[in-house]
Design a binder for this molecule. Structure first.
Ligand code: ZN
Length: 312
């Protein structure tokens, strides 16, 4: 049984840049490429298998045709998505709904997401939560456009991690490279876009009514202490976020790891730094793959950092 490597797809964005090429070696379509969907079965952008017998198949087709690779899950759709985001400029201030709201209003899933900061400059900031005490105060501050008073700005650096549950107001700031793990969903409600205009002089659409309906007040900061597990003297595993949808961790490998036994039905892996081998495959920064249910052991060696995601 093979590891399933995925071919990334790209999305051009007004706030994008060229670091998906310069930092990750991806063949991007332009120097305003904002997003690379590296593991996705969403119909707005699907990744395909790059290697082995299933090469060329869309991930959704693999999910539907070979359910045994995912432990015969009863879920209708592949539930997870991983992206690498290059924010050369600020992203809009936004919020995502939960499953119930998204299914009712958009026929899509809700979007709990989380961010691992791959790179940032000394001035990089994100918007993470707000300062309103309740929903009435939130509405008043949005209507009065009191953005500086309302939005919480947080400095970020490489290696930071932020859970972004549904209903959390947020925005990735300029000069930030992020790995995002999320529910498979493409529903975003923009609440403020810095009054930017596109090439045709138009403001981007805002969705303030829906945003106000889903933003939670007051903001609850879910950041916490992460438990670090020592794998051996030089290697460690940290669980960053374990929510009702998925569990995300970081495995730092320095040298030869003892064989790891998997207890999850299947595992998504993104190599975010370094190079090495996994079960005999050569892997390097920028590679993304799925470990199917038939592979229960991983033999890893090299000097590399992996972000791992499993269903919860
Ligand atoms: Zn978001």
């Amino acid at each position: 049984m093979e590891l399933l490597f995925l071919e990334p797809i790209f999305k051009e964005r007004i706030w994008g840049g060229s670091r998906l090429k310069t930092d990750y070696g991806y063949h991007i379509p332009s120097n305003t490429t904002g997003e690379s969907w590296v593991i996705s079965a969403h119909n707005h952008g699907e990744t395909c298998i790059r290697n082995g017998k299933l090469a060329g198949m869309k991930l959704s087709e693999v999910w539907n045709t070979y359910p045994e690779l995912f432990a015969n899950t009863v879920k209708r759709q592949f539930p997870l998505m991983v992206k690498i985001i290059d924010a050369s400029h600020n992203l809009s201030v936004q919020v995502h709904p939960d499953d119930q709201f998204a299914q009712m209003m958009e026929n899509d899933s809700g979007k709990h997401e989380c961010w691992y900061i791959l790179n940032a400059s000394a001035d990089s900031r994100i918007v993470y939560g707000h300062n309103a005490k309740n929903s009435q105060e939130l509405k008043t501050m949005v209507n009065n456009q009191e953005w500086n008073k309302l939005l919480r700005a947080v400095a970020v650096k490489k290696g930071d991690f932020f859970p972004v549950p549904t209903g959390t107001i947020h925005a990735i700031g300029a000069d930030t490279l992020i790995l995002e793990v999320q529910q498979s969903s493409d529903v975003t409600y923009r609440i403020y876009d810095y009054d930017r205009r596109d090439d045709n002089g138009n403001l981007r659409e805002l969705h303030q009514d829906k945003a106000l309906a889903v933003i939670k007040s007051p903001h609850y900061d879910k950041r916490g202490q992460f438990e670090r597990l020592r794998v051996n003297a030089d290697s460690s595993f940290v669980v960053f976020d374990s929510n009702e949808y998925f569990k995300v961790g970081k495995l730092v490998v320095n040298g030869d790891l003892p064989e790891l036994k998997l207890s999850v039905p299947y595992l998504l892996v993104s190599v975010v730094d370094g190079a090495g081998t996994i079960n005999g495959y050569t892997v390097k920064k920028g590679d993304n793959f799925i470990v199917p249910n038939q592979i229960r052991r991983l033999k890893i060696s090299g000097y590399l950092t992996l972000i791992t995601t499993s269903e919860n």
